[in-house]
Design a protein around this ligand. Structure first.
Ligand SMILES: Cc1cc2nc3c(=O)[nH]c(=O)nc-3n(C[C@H](O)[C@H](O)[C@H](O)COP(=O)(O)O)c2cc1C
Length: 155
């Protein structure tokens, strides 16, 4: 993962983890407790993700998507995931960046370590279809209207 990808992931509030079971049935669910560890690895907390955990045990192939819903750009991380449970020695290293985010309120059952194999950009079609009128600022303003939220100028 390049610095641009890492920064985008770090700015993201939510990601979507796609896994598949042994029959190839896909499963997608949101995760907000995650962290970039280094240029190849992202850790995701398994707080309430039994199906993702089950799938990763039988099929390590995953896809993890991040989108800034205001700028309407993001990245797709294609790779493998390995589940680390508290009983293994490596667990403490992987869970460490997640502990502050989860706090005592959200107990972590295990950690999914996502190893990136390929990264692809995700870009709203407007940027390609209407390049002369589409900027990051115009997309932000459009998303604010769509979601019915006001921008906090002091933030
Ligand atoms: C906004 C949001 C953030 C969430 N973040 C997490 C998370 O970080 N870790 C987790 O295990 N579950 C998280 N969940 C809950 C799972 O997405 C949810 O329990 C889901 O049904 C798990 O599906 P799975 O078993 O297919 O992974 C979150 C849910 C929402 C709506």
């Amino acid at each position: 993962m390049t610095t641009e990808v890492r920064e985008s992931v770090e700015r993201s509030v939510l990601c979507w983890l796609a896994t598949c079971d042994e029959n190839g049935q896909p499963n997608v669910s949101p995760k907000e407790v995650f962290a970039v560890v280094d240029s190849q690895n992202i850790v995701v907390a398994n707080i309430a993700s039994p199906q993702s955990a089950k799938n990763i045990r039988v099929n390590q192939k995953i896809c993890l998507s991040f989108v800034d819903v205001f700028v309407q750009k993001g990245f797709k991380i294609i790779g493998t995931a390995t589940e680390f449970k508290p009983s293994v020695p490596e667990y403490s290293r992987w869970v460490e960046p997640l502990l502050v985010m989860a706090s005592d309120r959200y107990p972590i059952h295990s950690v999914f370590v996502v190893r990136a194999i390929a990264v692809e950009p995700i870009v709203a079609p407007s940027y390609r279809l209407y390049p002369s009128e589409t900027t990051e600022e115009s997309q932000i303003q459009s998303a604010l209207r769509t979601y019915g939220v006001c921008q906090d100028k002091d933030a």
